[in-house]
Design a protein around this ligand. Structure first.
Ligand SMILES: Nc1ncnc2c1ncn2[C@@H]1O[C@H](COP(=O)(O)OP(=O)(O)OP(=O)(O)O)[C@@H](O)[C@H]1O
Ligand SMILES: [Mg+2]
Length: 218
């Protein structure tokens, strides 16, 4: 069955529509994502920030074809990903998506072509700012790459993101340019942190005084 997407915008690479993800562990269920709607556009650098356990990795895994949503719909261009055959899914994982994990130097092995999505992921420790910026510079060379990244380091996020998603408890609670998302109110409310102001190239942004502690859910 092919379910093509109505009113498809060709600049839109990926779309989550009312996506939920519940992990069932015996009798216990964990709701990792709740009603997440998100468009990812070609060529953008999109960074997810949020406290540990807020759902960042879960989104990357679903968009990367490594896991499936338990509610809602997921689109890659004009195709619904649940309609991919296993061959198509394998090809999508192999040729379209590149994953970069902090502890594996996979950058040189990426099968990066035009229009690919590169998901960068952090786990136990925040990525070093310089490492992140180096990676982004490398990715920029290929022009049309879309970068979707999960970070705890808000300073680095503010430095290279076109758009930030602030996640908390499985929801997107704010989205937009870093300068709009990293407000004192947002940081205090979602990270419970003392804040300081950092001068980003785009203007002042607010970051936690100590970077967010990362007790990993990985
Ligand atoms: N395989 C799994 N089985 C059960 N629960 C899971 C699983 N993966 C994630 N979770 C739960 O889903 C929620 C979201 O986890 P996720 O790993 O997406 O968070 P995160 O934002 O990436 O956190 P971190 O910043 O620590 O990497 C957490 O409550 C986590 O415990
Ligand atoms: Mg994670």
């Amino acid at each position: 069955m092919t379910r093509d997407r109505p009113e498809f915008d060709p600049r839109c690479l990926l779309r989550l529509e009312g996506v939920g993800k519940t992990f069932q562990m015996g009798e216990v269920s964990v709701e990792a994502l709740r009603d997440v709607t998100l468009d990812v556009y070609q060529g953008e650098m999109l960074v997810m920030v949020g406290p540990s356990g807020s759902g960042k990795t879960t989104i990357l895994n679903i968009l990367g074809g490594l896991d499936t949503a338990t509610a809602g719909r997921v689109w890659f261009r004009n195709r619904e990903m649940t309609t991919f055959t296993s061959t198509e899914l394998t090809r999508y994982r192999r040729d379209t998506v590149g994953f970069v994990f902090q502890f594996y130097n996979l950058v040189s092995n990426l099968t990066a072509r035009e229009n690919v999505l590169v998901a960068t992921e952090i786990s136990r420790d925040p990525m070093d700012v310089e490492e992140v910026l180096e990676l982004v510079d490398w990715l920029r060379l290929s022009g049309k790459l879309t970068v979707l990244s999960a970070l705890h380091d808000l300073t680095a996020a503010a430095q290279f993101a076109h758009r930030l998603l602030l996640m908390d408890r499985g929801r997107i609670v704010a989205a937009g340019p870093p300068i709009e998302v990293l407000t004192e109110d947002n940081i205090r409310r979602h990270f419970g942190a003392n804040v300081e102001v950092w001068q980003s190239p785009a203007g002042p942004v607010v970051v936690p005084r100590r970077q967010v502690s990362t007790s990993p859910a990985h």
